[in-house]
Design a protein. Structure first.
Length: 132
C-alpha cells in the first residue's frame, strides 16, 4: 500500500457527503450551541436574581411542566432546556448525517447512523422514570 488517500468527487468530503451537507451540519451544531448557551445563561442569571445557590441541588426534570415553568421564568426550566439542547446537538448531527447518507444511497452508513440513534434512545430510555 502506498498510503495514498482515495480520491473523492469534486464537492464531496472524504465520507461521501457533499460540502453542502457538511455546511448544514456545521450550521446546525453552531445554532443549537448558541441556543443552549443562551438558555443556560438565562437560567444562571435567574438563579442569581432569585438567590438560588447552584450548589444547593435542583429540581428533577419533569417534561410535562417545563413549559409552565418556562412561562413562569423559573431558572430550572431554562437550565433544563439548555441541557436538553446540549444533548440534542450531537443527536441532530447524526440525524442530518443519516439523511445525507440516505440521499447518497450509502446504506451501510445509514445503518450505522441508525444504530447510533438506537443506542442513544436506549440510553435515554433507560434513565427515564414514568410517574402515573
Amino acid at each position: 500500500m502506498t498510503g495514498a488517500r482515495p480520491s473523492t468527487a469534486p464537492g464531496t468530503s472524504s465520507g461521501g457527503r457533499s460540502a453542502t451537507d457538511e455546511r448544514l451540519i456545521g450550521r446546525l451544531l453552531i445554532a443549537v450551541t448558541y441556543v443552549a448557551v443562551g438558555l443556560l445563561s438565562v437560567g444562571v442569571v435567574l438563579m442569581i436574581v432569585d438567590g438560588i445557590s447552584p450548589l444547593g441541588g435542583g429540581p428533577r426534570l419533569d417534561i410535562a411542566t417545563v413549559g409552565a415553568h418556562l412561562l413562569a421564568r423559573e431558572p430550572a426550566a431554562f437550565l433544563w432546556l439548555g441541557l436538553m439542547a446540549v444533548i440534542a446537538a450531537p443527536i441532530g448531527r447524526v440525524i442530518v448525517a443519516a439523511v445525507a447518507f440516505a440521499r447518497d444511497a450509502d446504506w451501510l452508513m445509514v445503518g450505522i447512523a441508525l444504530g447510533i440513534l438506537a443506542v442513544i434512545a436506549i440510553g435515554v430510555g433507560s434513565t427515564v422514570t414514568v410517574t402515573v
